[in-house]
Design a protein around this ligand. Structure first.
Ligand SMILES: Nc1ncnc2c1ncn2[C@@H]1O[C@H](COP(=O)(O)OP(=O)(O)O)[C@@H](O)[C@H]1O
Ligand SMILES: [Mg+2]
Length: 313
């Protein structure tokens, strides 16, 4: 994930002064310090504000400036949702803590800056990856176990259909998906007594390691009353995708996915149940990625997603 220096703000800039006066003032020695601004690759405008000479940075995400392809987007709602979800998740796991929100500055959400490498980096370099996946597995387990609620099975299927609708598949392909989704619906695989809070955007760039501990970012699309294996399926699909595109083949991701799921599981029985439902959620994960790709790779992902769905016991 890249970033670049885009600006330097001085005393008198309204956003800078708000940050200093209302958000981080108590941490600064020199309240007149310059602030360097670094812009990150993102679907919103995401910037880091580094207070010169102070060893302090914060991040700001501006929800009124989406740069992705979302239409009909309510920025105020987006900002509030992520703010609340971060606060809730922060009770059980490490997240980039929310520090402030401000509707007047393009719906800005300010959070702590986590200075470290993301899981994407560890995948790219295949360095200590088993250990990093172990920590993320334990972190997700903690989030899921400590946020138990009721469970909404309908929502899981509704979302699957939404993802399929987005892709505008050929009639035959869509019918194939519908057929297997029907089998999943009537099987007991997706039944459960409880749901929980899930991260949902469980992509490698949203996990950052600092002092060997994982931190989760980006909670705008987090859900409650959800099936916990969704997070595992999305991350597993992302691993497969990364290895297929850049690391010599999707099959090479399998030992990593296996380790990740084992670390998440309580015991053998839990592992069996998780691997039974995983294909359903991995299928969604692959379809989400298909949405971001064109032509032949997109078709490959759609085919793989259908294969996953067929793997119902
Ligand atoms: N608190 C933070 N600490 C460190 N890096 C961050 C933080 N927030 C965002 N980033 C960086 O900015 C990127 C985009 O931010 P994110 O909140 O994930 O937005 P998006 O919705 O576009 O994915 C992240 O992938 C990460 O590289
Ligand atoms: Mg993100």
């Amino acid at each position: 994930m890249g970033y670049r220096h885009v600006n330097t703000l001085s005393f008198g800039d309204p956003f800078r002064d708000w940050l200093v006066e209302e958000v981080v003032g108590h941490c600064l020695r020199n309240k007149k310090c310059l602030v360097d601004v670094f812009k990150y690759d993102s679907s919103h405008t995401v910037c880091r504000y580094q207070f010169r000479g102070e060893h302090l940075s914060v991040m700001a995400k501006f929800f009124s400036e989406p740069t992705g392809r979302m239409r009909d987007y309510n920025p105020y709602k987006g900002m509030m949702t992520e703010y609340r979800n971060l606060k809730k998740a922060a009770l059980t796991i490490n997240v980039a803590k929310p520090l402030a929100i401000n509707e007047r500055f393009n719906c800005a959400l300010v959070t702590e800056h986590i200075p470290g490498k993301s899981l994407s980096w560890y995948i790219k370099h295949e360095k200590g990856l088993y250990g990093r996946l172990t920590s993320v597995g334990h972190m997700l387990k903690r989030l899921h176990e400590n946020t138990q609620s009721s469970y909404n099975k309908e929502n899981e299927f509704r979302n699957f259909h939404e993802v399929l609708n987005h892709l505008e598949l050929k009639h035959d392909t869509r019918e194939h998906f519908n057929k297997f989704l029907g089998e999943w619906w009537y099987s007991s695989w997706l039944d459960r007594a409880h749901g929980c809070m899930i991260h949902r955007d469980a992509t490698p760039s949203n996990y950052v390691f600092w002092k060997d501990k994982p931190y989760a970012l980006d909670f705008e699309s987090s859900w409650s009353q959800a099936h916990p294996v969704r997070d595992l399926g999305i991350l597993s699909a992302e691993l497969k995708n990364e290895f297929e595109l850049h690391k010599g083949g999707g099959w090479r991701a399998e030992p990593y996915i296996g380790k990740f799921l084992r670390e998440y599981s309580k015991d053998e029985k839990d592992f069996f149940r998780i691997t039974g439902v995983l294909p359903f959620f991995m299928s969604i994960g692959l379809l989400r990625s298909a949405w971001l790709h064109q032509s032949s790779y997109r078709n490959y992902l759609i085919k793989e997603a259908l294969e996953c769905l067929k793997a119902i016991n």
